[in-house]
Structure formats: structure tokens, C-alpha cells
Design a protein. Structure first.
Length: 64
């Protein structure tokens, strides 16, 4: 079954498998537009104030 995860800055949700839903839904997600299309991302902020975007599809695939 497919479940929806809301993206903070978009009216379109990300669609994920039910088995990934609870794990992914614990994070805040937003949409960003990259060269190859729109992606669901979360921002990780480090202690020095820098941050990194983490793509939802990379988390699902286990890519760091």
C-alpha cells in the first residue's frame, strides 16, 4: 500500500511504500527543484551552522 508524506512547501505529497512510511514520516520534508526534477528532501543542520540536504530517495535506497 502507498502512503502520503506531506512536504512543508508543496501541495503535492511524497508517495512512499507503507513499510517505509513510519521511518520517513518522523522527519520534516520539503520539496526542492533540481536539474532533473522535484525531489523530497530534509535538511540536516550541523553544530557549526552548515547544513546538508538529504534526498528521500537516497534514504530509502540506503545511500549516505
Amino acid at each position: 500500500m502507498v502512503k502520503k508524506i506531506e512536504l512543508n512547501n508543496s501541495n503535492m505529497p511524497a508517495l512512499v511504500d507503507e513499510e517505509d512510511y513510519e521511518w520517513l514520516n518522523q522527519f520534516e520534508w520539503e520539496a526542492i527543484e533540481l536539474e532533473d526534477g522535484v525531489h523530497a528532501v530534509r535538511r540536516v543542520i550541523y553544530g557549526d551552522g552548515t547544513y546538508q540536504w538529504i534526498l528521500m530517495e537516497d534514504m530509502i535506497m540506503g545511500i549516505d
